[in-house]
Design a protein around this ligand. Structure first.
Ligand code: MD6
Ligand code: FE
Length: 213
């Protein structure tokens, strides 16, 4: 009998079938990731989008890559142009792509080439209500989620909104890969607690890499 469990890379926690947490995976590239993030948000500023129902989201968002996720009174969608500038979103930085592909491979998704990266910035008190990610055309691709800055509580449930929620703390550098039978699980982020995190200040940032088209 072979003990395949022991062949997993250190720090890989299976959180559900098709979903895993790679603790600290982004740390090896953190300064390059941080510099690339600054460059992206200088070109496409973080902004608070409107929900289709007319509420203002507490999380500030931007995007990079060929497609960007947007929300407004017309609904949720991916589009090639930043609605603020009517220009294409900034290119996906090479360091972002390399991290997303490394994480997907470690999670068992060998040919993941994201065409969208949604950037979320959480100030203290900002939250993301329970939702499913279902605006992407082909849901056989996973999502790779990178947490930077202040820690936050990620909650994840099942395929029904009413399913029991599990909670886990996501720390600076942690990467979650979410696909296969877990791809449509409900999930959210609890209101960010105050704290300070060295050079990223009083925010949490999350990068979610998706194959949208
Ligand atoms: C966040 N993340 O961590 C929000 N979605 O700020 C998500 O909504 C998310 O982390 C799908 C898969 C992984 C995620
Ligand atoms: Fe999500």
């Amino acid at each position: 009998m072979t003990l395949d469990l022991f062949a997993q890379p250190a720090g890989k926690e299976i959180i559900a079938p098709g979903a895993c947490l790679l603790r600290g995976l982004a740390l090896a590239r953190e300064s390059a990731i941080w510099q690339a993030l600054q460059s992206v948000i200088a070109q496409a500023p973080l902004r608070h989008m409107q929900t289709p129902g007319g509420l203002t989201m507490s999380v500030a968002m931007s995007n990079c890559g060929p497609l960007g996720w947007v929300s407004d009174r017309q609904g949720y969608r991916y589009q090639a142009l930043d609605p603020l500038s009517q220009q294409p979103w900034p290119a996906m930085p090479a360091e972002f792509m390399a991290l997303a592909q490394q994480a997907a491979i470690l999670a068992g998704f060998a040919d993941f080439t994201p065409d969208a990266c949604l950037i979320n910035q959480y100030a203290v008190g900002a939250k993301l209500s329970l939702h499913q990610d279902k605006d992407e055309r082909d849901q056989s691709h996973p999502i790779v989620s990178v947490s930077l800055g202040l820690p936050a509580t990620f909650q994840f449930g099942g395929l029904q909104r009413s399913d029991k929620l599990l909670r886990t703390e996501l720390q600076h550098g942690d990467v979650v890969v979410w696909g296969g039978p877990s791809r449509l699980r409900y999930h959210g982020i609890l209101p960010l607690k105050s704290g300070t995190f060295s050079y990223m200040g009083t925010y949490r940032y999350n990068l979610t890499f998706r194959r949208a088209s």
